[in-house]
Ligand binder design. Structure first.
Ligand code: FAD
Length: 372
């Protein structure tokens, strides 16, 4: 019988029908293998796999400082683009286990279609250590589409203040590279206060100095070993027209908390990007955590995510962003009571239940048992 798809009214339909037939033929040819598995070997960055099939090939791993590196990735065709300042979730196979982490994009959209992230290896950090020291060009990673609202407004304000500390420079360098790569440098008056422990650990130090020398921005370098810890109350001395500047900040929680309080007290807006979620202070008594499959029971403090408690007990846990965004850590709560560390909300499961909880933002609020 004639296929309606092949002889339909539009050429597009004919092509679609032909493609389906070719696909069926190819499927038959590679049976018992899966065609996509075969194509993965020859064309892993092809499109048409949807968001869950999004991936990237590492093109380069370029050291930045002793413990940080820029990883350049060629994304597959389904990559939908990003706005500078946004982040991407990256799924990395470390010793056979796929782990998802979040990294800010350190460029605007690039001519070569590549993405770049800059990773600082934190002590004991599984994925950051892997990406900085073990990842190699040619390796594949999984990707998710870009997300995040730490982005500059359009049109730009007359004056900007950017405050970054340590690896907190990453989303901001993405914004700056994008602005300064335009045919005409924006008229915005930009001050960047970049805080680091010492000069050697300052990621993108030379590039930022070059921008400052070219008159693109005013760069205030602060080094703890030379200047002492930045006291945010001294910010108005460092940046006299602080009140006129739209402010963005990215860095450790302590600095961001202090900046938020400082700006709120002056009635000023501040947009922050946190690499770790501000969890509530100890909001409960805690309890015990039982891992159902192994029967292991450990003490679980009321301010510590169950994910951390279980990992400290030696369990291999599913995890992702660790800030309650990606749902990569969801497990069934079989029994017990947990508290959401972001808002204090309590979830109770009675025996036989399997209430899905995010272990990265849930802490014990009594004895609890999870499916692990
Ligand atoms: C929106 C967003 C953007 C980010 N952008 C970047 C970026 O551009 N560059 C970058 O290097 N990192 C960035 N991060 C942090 C990154 O996602 C990982 O948390 C970090 O690389 C640590 O992962 P790991 O697997 O090495 O550590 P893990 O093995 O998961 O943790 C090891 C230890 O470090 C602690 N830890 C975990 N994460 C952090 C953290 N962020 N800071 C301090 N201690 C931590 C854990 O509690 C644990 O004790 C970003 C995070 C978010 C949420």
């Amino acid at each position: 019988m004639t296929s309606p798809a092949l002889y339909g009214p539009s050429g597009g339909t004919r092509r679609g029908g032909l493609r389906q037939r070719l696909r069926r033929l190819a499927d038959a040819a590679v049976t018992p293998l899966d065609l996509d598995d075969v194509l993965d070997v020859f064309h892993p960055l092809r499109g048409g796999l949807g968001d869950t099939g999004l991936r990237g090939r590492i093109v380069e791993v370029r050291p930045e400082t002793a413990d940080s590196a820029t990883v350049v990735l060629k994304p597959s065709k389904d990559w939908a683009g990003h706005v500078p300042g946004q982040y991407v979730r990256v799924g990395v196979d470390v010793d056979g286990v796929r782990l998802w982490r979040t990294y800010s994009l350190t460029h605007g959209p690039r001519r070569d279609g590549c993405l770049s992230i800059t990773v600082k290896a934190i002590p004991g950090g599984v994925v950051s250590g892997y990406l900085v020291r073990r990842a190699r060009a040619g390796q594949m990673v999984q990707l998710a589409q870009a997300e995040g609202d730490f982005v500059l407004p359009d049109p730009l304000p007359a004056k900007l203040l950017l405050v970054t500390a340590g690896s907190g420079i990453t989303p901001v360098i993405g914004m700056l590279r994008n602005l300064f790569s335009r045919a005409t440098t924006p008229a915005t008056d930009i001050t960047l206060v970049h805080v680091n422990v010492n000069e050697d650990s300052a990621i993108f130090r030379d590039e930022l100095r070059a921008h400052a020398a070219a008159g693109h921005l005013t760069l205030v370098e602060r080094y703890d070993d030379r200047d002492g810890m930045l006291d945010v109350d001294s910010l108005s001395t460092i940046v006299p027209d602080l009140d006129e500047r739209l402010a963005y900040a990215c860095g450790p929680a302590g600095l961001l908390d202090a900046l938020e309080a400082h700006h709120a007290a002056r009635g000023l807006d501040l947009t922050t990007e946190r690499f770790r979620t501000p969890l509530l202070e100890a909001s409960g008594e805690g309890g015990s955590l039982t891992l159902a499959t192994t029967g292991v029971t450990v003490d679980a403090a009321g301010d510590t995510p169950l994910l951390d408690v279980a990992e400290a007990a030696g369990a291999l846990m599913p995890s992702g962003c660790r800030i309650g965004v990606c749902f990569g850590c969801v497990l069934p709560l079989r029994e017990g009571v947990v508290r959401d560390l972001r808002n204090g909300q309590v979830t109770v499961a009675t025996p036989g239940d399997g209430v899905a909880i995010q272990t990265c933002i849930s802490a014990a609020a009594g004895p609890c048992t999870i499916d692990r």
